[in-house]
Design a protein. Structure first.
Length: 384
């Protein structure tokens, strides 16, 4: 197999792995486009450490008379300018290649002149001046973005120590010819070549450019930020406010205690204690006293649950439970018999010569660590 074919097979495996690990939330309907929507930037939420659960941002709606049910909690970081107003027009539609097979999304930033400046062109600094943009004339053919009333849509900072960016909530807005999803990213004001203002760009969440935010610098060249230290546009359908139910809390409490008893042996509890520097019994007592809303999140498949108990080791406990329950599922289904399972279990990573694996072997390989049946592995993309 040629190096190019091998690279394509690696891309296929990367996509499969992402499908196994994450379930994107349906959000394609959350961003609306129109010529008469308010000229308002989508809000920004900084990724500052917090002891409380992540709030739902209050966002500009497509209908100004339709209030959001989410609390007004979104903020713009003090060291960044406001994000530009997202727009699209015929001038943004030309394909502009970046990276190793990606393209800039056919979107842009609204300038005070009313023009939609494509992502592939240098964004004028005034596009980040919210007051100037609100006074922009309404030009024919230019549409601006607004959220659907039933959704949250916001810019979320991805710190440089978070690799890859969390994909569950990103808002896919396009794809490469090979099917790799593309989303919007936005640099911080201090990004090299940005001229002191945040610049929107295109982030590849799959394929050979995975994790790279491509943006157009002040001088017209292409800048790249890899792995983090930028913002991504996220979206999620709004959900009704959760109400704690004592009977449900008791059921979930028993479920949590049963799982801890079955899957977290004393040696592992001591390891969690050593990392958190808090007695494991204190962590368990705190988690057991929570209401049904918190417990349902803790026992969910969410990769990360923001909570004050994380300081006592809650996130570590959830990670151990997920790993041990997946292992038990693999053993029950016989997937641990795979010759590479022990290596995966020990190292958490496999380095393989992809030339030696056909499609059936890839399926079996993915079944082992995911402990999922063949029917659950439903997406295979070949880029040949």
């Amino acid at each position: 197999m040629s190096p190019a074919a091998t690279a394509r097979r690696v891309c296929s495996l990367t996509l499969l792995a992402s499908v196994l690990c994450f379930t994107p939330k349906p959000s394609a309907h959350c961003l609306l486009w129109g010529a008469d929507f308010p000229l308002t930037p989508l809000p920004t939420e900084a990724s500052a450490a917090s002891s409380s659960p992540e709030p739902s941002p209050s966002l500009p709606s497509a209908s100004p008379s339709s209030p959001s049910s989410s609390p007004a909690s979104s903020t713009t970081p003090p060291d960044d300018s406001p994000p530009p107003v997202l727009c699209r027009s015929h001038s943004c539609a030309a394909a502009s290649p970046v990276g190793e097979g990606s393209f800039h999304l056919p979107l842009g930033a609204l300038a005070p002149s009313g023009e939609c400046i494509p992502l592939a062109a240098p964004m004028p600094a005034a596009a980040a001046d919210a007051a100037a943009v609100r006074a922009a004339p309404r030009l024919g053919g230019v549409e601006v973005a607004a959220r659907a009333a039933e959704c949250d849509v916001w810019w979320r900072e991805v710190s440089e120590d978070v690799i890859p960016p969390v994909p569950e909530l990103v808002l896919p807005l396009g794809a490469t010819p090979h099917g790799s999803r593309l989303v919007l990213c936005r640099t911080r004001a201090e990004a090299e070549g940005g001229g002191g203002v945040p610049r929107m760009g295109t982030l590849a969440v799959e394929g050979p450019d995975f994790g790279k935010c491509f943006f157009t610098r002040e001088d017209g060249g292409t800048g790249v930020i890899e792995g983090g230290n930028f913002h991504v546009l996220q979206a999620r359908p709004q959900e009704p406010e959760c109400i704690d139910v004592p009977a449900e809390a008791e059921r979930l409490r028993r479920q949590l205690l049963q799982r801890v008893e079955a899957y977290v042996p004393p040696a592992v509890r001591r390891e969690i204690e050593a990392v958190a520097e808090v007695p494991f019994d204190d962590l368990l007592a705190g988690a057991s006293s929570l209401g049904s809303c918190d417990l349902s999140q803790i026992l969910s498949a969410a990769r990360f649950v923001p909570h004050e108990l994380n300081a006592k080791g809650l996130h570590g406990l959830r990670a151990v439970l997920a790993e041990e329950m997946a292992h038990a599922r693999a053993v029950a289904r016989g997937y641990d018999a795979h010759p590479l399972y022990a290596t995966w279990r020990r190292d958490g990573i496999l380095r393989l010569n992809m030339d030696d694996l056909d499609d059936a072997a890839i399926h079996k390989l993915l079944q082992a660590p995911a402990a999922l049946g063949r029917s659950a592995i439903v997406v295979i993309r070949h880029f040949s």
